[in-house]
Ligand binder design. Structure first.
Ligand SMILES: Cc1cc2nc3c(=O)[nH]c(=O)nc-3n(C[C@H](O)[C@H](O)[C@H](O)COP(=O)(O)OP(=O)(O)OC[C@H]3O[C@@H](n4cnc5c(N)ncnc54)[C@H](O)[C@@H]3O)c2cc1C
Length: 493
């Protein structure tokens, strides 16, 4: 048997989560190998909406511009429509309780639309350019976690690695091999996606859409733009057997479009089941679950991949610091402590949005405000100093620099965002009266900045590499505790 000891982290699965986590690890200099059982990246468009928090993660990895470039084709396809057919559909008004102009103030990044099968090759290229090894046609078939390493079986080969991340999707072999159970409402409904090509220019020019709900009897569903020109998805129910002849599906599509003279090429018809299932553990010893392996959720809030990419961002810096000896191994326990409740919340909120586009525009009791859903969640864990502020309201976005929340964004005088303060490690933000903090940060080797008109004056925000406030210190008298606090957060003995 061929046994070798590389790399430092093995990622199982080269989907959006595996690839983006590989980029995050390379950003910190960690040696990473990704193995993928398929011969290439996904051929299904599936995820298309990448929210502004995910774009902030990409920004921290230096790849937001490349992702935005890949999303250019759908830049004008942001609106929602609904009607009897695609031809009749009218724009849906923006939900009255949401002011999208606020987004410009909330984040240095904007969300974007890019189909998963277009984004994955971009992430693959960037991961390889940054030094990750990505091997296709390589399937993990066995796993033996030990106290000091994990032995991974890749068909005929065994590999011994310090850490493994299972980013291997909803049917995760890593999760199964570890015997991790899942909880949640389970399958909610039955859905069918038809992936097709058609020149719909006459119907959609000047009437571009992200999603368009059609309410015609016999062909109810929603169209989604894939490339903005010729390729589309139609989400529907089990109105025909998935293996029905392509021409029968084309007839359904023409009914839903509202024109019977359109040439249609059906690429595929796939049945799938929206579900809520969350792994009961996101880690066992040296093995971690991320993305759909950890949590599956219905796509109606466009959170599945976004939540998974944020799992990777949360885990990467922790693994890097432990591997470099800058943090104790107990820091890795905080991955489950933080991401399990966040993933469960995202899945439950996604299930609560399982209505049509018209209903989704209405405010509803128990639904988080969309901006809060994207970036308002507050962690509680051993990688934070609890400021005793209690749970975060989710009916609105209120970012005030509390410990466990995403650091509030404002532009710094040098053109950077407060989110850019960290780089690869921790960073510190203080206000105009925070001189002692600058000295303490300098002594601790942390980048720091003073910000006017911010949520700190003589206090400070200690910011983690994933943009989360680790410590919200009320005043300058606490500056002398900075090193002790860092030691505690990082579980350094
Ligand atoms: C219709 C639809 C629309 C969606 N829209 C959105 C959206 O707009 N926004 C959003 O955020 N999410 C959306 N999602 C969800 C999103 O597609 C998933 O959450 C995302 O693909 C999960 O990524 P992943 O990398 O965790 O898993 P996957 O994409 O499933 O990737 C896992 C990879 O692991 C590989 N693998 C599995 N087992 C092994 C093994 N043993 N060895 C090696 N490799 C293995 C698989 O081949 C696969 O390539 C949507 C989903 C659907 C169905």
């Amino acid at each position: 048997m061929n046994v070798r000891r590389t790399p430092e982290v093995l990622i199982v699965g080269a989907g959006l989560v595996g690839l983006s986590t590989a980029i995050a690890l390379r950003q910190t200099g960690i040696d990473v190998r990704v193995v993928e059982r398929h011969p290439g990246t996904s051929i299904q468009p599936k995820a298309r909406r990448f929210n502004f928090r995910t774009m902030e993660v990409f920004r921290s990895q230096g790849i937001a511009q490349e992702v935005a470039e890949a999303a250019k084709g759908l830049a004008d396809h942001q609106g929602m429509r609904a009607g009897r057919t695609l031809v009749d559909a009218e724009p849906l008004p923006a939900p009255p309780h949401i002011d999208f102009r606020e987004l410009l103030e909330l984040s240095p990044e904007q969300s974007c639309l890019v189909a998963q099968d277009a984004l994955e090759p971009v992430l693959l290229r960037l991961a390889r350019e940054r030094g990750a090894t990505v091997d296709f046609d390589t399937e993990v078939t066995g796993l033996a976690p030990g106290a000091d390493e994990v032995v991974v079986r890749l068909r005929e080969q065994e590999l011994t690695v310090p850490y493994v991340i299972g980013a291997d999707g909803a049917r995760s072999a890593v999760r199964e091999l570890l015997g991790i159970t899942r909880s949640g409402a389970g399958e909610l409904s039955r859905a069918v996606t038809v992936d097709f090509d058609a020149d719909l220019g006459d119907v959609t020019r000047g009437r571009e859409f992200n999603l368009c709900q059609v309410e015609t009897p016999g062909a109810p569903g929603a169209f989604a733009s894939v490339d903005g020109h010729h390729r589309w998805l139609f989400y529907t129910g089990e109105i025909l057997p998935t293996d029905a002849p392509a021409e029968r599906w084309a007839t359904v599509l023409r009914t839903a479009i509202g024109k019977d003279d359109i040439d249609i090429h059906v690429r595929s018809v796939q049945a799938w089941r929206p579900a809520v299932l969350v792994a009961d553990r996101f880690s066992v010893g040296r093995v971690f679950l991320a993305g759909d392996a950890a949590h599956v959720m219905p796509p109606f809030a466009a959170l599945g991949a976004n939540t998974g990419i944020q799992d990777g961002a949360n885990l990467a810096w922790k693994l890097a610091m432990v591997l470099r000896g800058e943090a104790g191994p107990a820091l890795l326990d905080t991955y489950h402590e933080e991401r399990h409740p966040a993933g469960t919340y995202a899945a439950e909120q996604s299930a609560a949005r399982t209505g049509g586009l018209r209903e989704m525009a209405e405010p509803k009791d128990g639904l988080a405000h969309p901006f809060a859903l994207v970036t308002g969640y507050r962690y509680a864990s051993g990688a934070l100093v609890d400021d005793g502020a209690g749970p975060q309201p989710m009916d609105r976005l209120s970012l005030a620099g509390r410990s466990g929340t995403r650091v509030p964004h404002v532009w710094l005088a040098d053109g950077r965002s407060t989110l850019d303060i960290c780089g690869r490690g921790f960073g510190l933000l203080t206000g105009p009266s925070g001189g002692p903090w600058l000295a303490a940060a300098g002594a601790a080797g942390l980048p720091a900045a003073q910000v006017a008109n911010y949520c700190v004056d003589s206090g400070a925000l200690l910011v983690r590499p994933d943009g989360i406030v680790a410590w919200s210190a009320p005043d300058a008298s606490a500056a002398e505790r900075l090193t002790d606090v860092l030691d505690g957060l990082l579980h350094r003995s």
